[in-house]
Write a protein that binds this ligand. Structure first.
Ligand code: MN
Length: 232
């Protein structure tokens, strides 16, 4: 009898200064900056963090993102991204820093028209978020070299024009508290990647747009929107 073994390798992202980080799972949070919650029609005072996932393979460092299929409204969401070197279940905020391997700038690309349609009909909107190349990230900077603090600025430019700008202090749930809340619901593991939410100013991207996303002190993320992806 022949043995049937499927072999695959986890996607990896490059680490600043050398090395690779194998991606196990990508978690994201919605509504973590009050102004963005308002622009999406939500009340930030009353909203709990909304967690969702993207496929590990949605992480991308190629510098060129194919405009996704079945959308006419691709949106940028600049986010601070956390890479876990260790995980756990029900871990208190104070116990997260030593479990964090590093940080990067990321963009949670969103098919906003698909999301709006699914929300309106009460259906899950995961597929509006979890398409191929939907999670571009910059080089991962080890936690020994950088850690978040409230005054640090996060921004995103399209073709040289600032579209999103905020400070990390505007997060409703800062990184460690966010990880505490997520770990109440699921067990987190080494290799997990967590997108921590976007500030206000999300908006559409077109083919040939040049996107530059920054968090002060981290390696900037730059990519271009390429021609439409094909389904073939
Ligand atoms: Mn997001």
């Amino acid at each position: 009898m022949s043995s049937r073994v499927v072999e695959w390798q986890p996607p990896e992202v490059a680490v600043s200064g050398g090395g690779r980080f194998p991606v196990r799972h990508v978690w994201c949070v919605g509504r973590n900056y009050a102004e963005h919650a308002r622009e999406m029609g939500e009340d930030p005072e009353r909203s709990e963090p909304v967690f969702f996932a993207k496929p590990a393979r949605s992480v991308d460092q190629s510098g060129r993102i194919a405009f996704p299929v079945e959308t006419a409204d691709l949106h940028h969401e600049v986010e601070l991204v956390v890479f876990l070197g260790d995980g756990g279940r029900n871990i208190a905020a104070a116990d997260w820093p030593r479990r964090i391997f590093g940080y990067a700038v990321g963009v949670d690309l969103t098919r906003r028209d698909v999301q709006a349609r699914l929300k309106k009909s009460g259906q899950p909107w995961e597929i509006s978020k979890g398409f191929d190349q939907s999670a571009p990230v910059g080089l991962v900077v080890p936690a020994e070299q950088w850690s978040p603090s409230p005054e640090i600025l996060i921004d995103l430019q399209v073709n040289g024009v600032i579209r999103q700008q905020a400070s990390l202090g505007e997060m409703i749930w800062p990184v460690n508290g966010l990880l505490e809340r997520l770990s109440r619901q699921i067990t987190l593991h080494a290799g997990d990647v967590v997108f921590t939410g976007t500030p206000a100013g999300v908006g559409p991207l077109q083919v040939d747009d040049r996107v530059k996303a920054r968090v002060q002190g981290l390696s900037p993320l730059e990519f271009t929107i390429g021609a439409a992806a094909t389904t073939a």
